[in-house]
Design a protein around this ligand. Structure first.
Ligand code: SF4
Ligand code: SF4
Length: 140
């Protein structure tokens, strides 16, 4: 009982204070502009040089070049391997890769959901047809 009375001033103060925690996920705060979120890739500026793939220390990127002239590229991004180091962004001289500061809620229930495939649907189909089956992935 003595302990309760010792705590009483703190308890009373807490009753009239705003909570210090955030009401996430109901309320989401603004993400910092420089937050390193999941990658976004722009095939229209990509040259298919493969530097991003070579420089990635986590082997998180796979690039299939179907037709360099026609810019038919397919990029597979394994976000579960990515360390968000930003090396691929720095390596890409075309500015084709950016880290999306809005894309940071990356939890998933199964491992296949962590692979994102970028590319035109027909290119993705062709690239995957020549690849050993390793499960489903989401396309963008
Ligand atoms: S951010 Fe780093 S780990 Fe992630 S794909 Fe780019 S180079 Fe690889
Ligand atoms: S480094 Fe840039 S231009 Fe080269 S393959 Fe990667 S995304 Fe394309």
């Amino acid at each position: 009982m003595k302990r309760f009375f010792t705590m009483l001033p703190d308890i009373t103060r807490s009753l009239f204070r705003r909570p210090v925690t955030e009401n996430y996920p109901a309320v989401q705060s603004e993400t910092p502009e420089r937050l390193r979120g999941a990658l976004k890739w722009d095939p229209s500026t990509c040259t298919g040089c493969g530097l991003c793939v070579m420089d990635c220390p986590a082997e998180a990127l796979e690039l299939t070049v179907l037709d360099r002239k026609a810019k038919r590229f397919v990029m597979v991004y394994h976000v579960d391997r990515c360390t968000f180091c930003g090396q691929c962004v720095m390596s890409c001289k075309q500015g084709s890769i950016v880290m999306n500061n809005q894309s940071w809620e990356l939890a998933a229930l199964d491992r296949n959901s962590f692979a994102t495939i970028f590319g035109a649907p027909e290119d993705v189909k062709e690239a995957l047809a020549n690849k050993p089956e390793d499960g489903a992935a989401k396309s963008e």
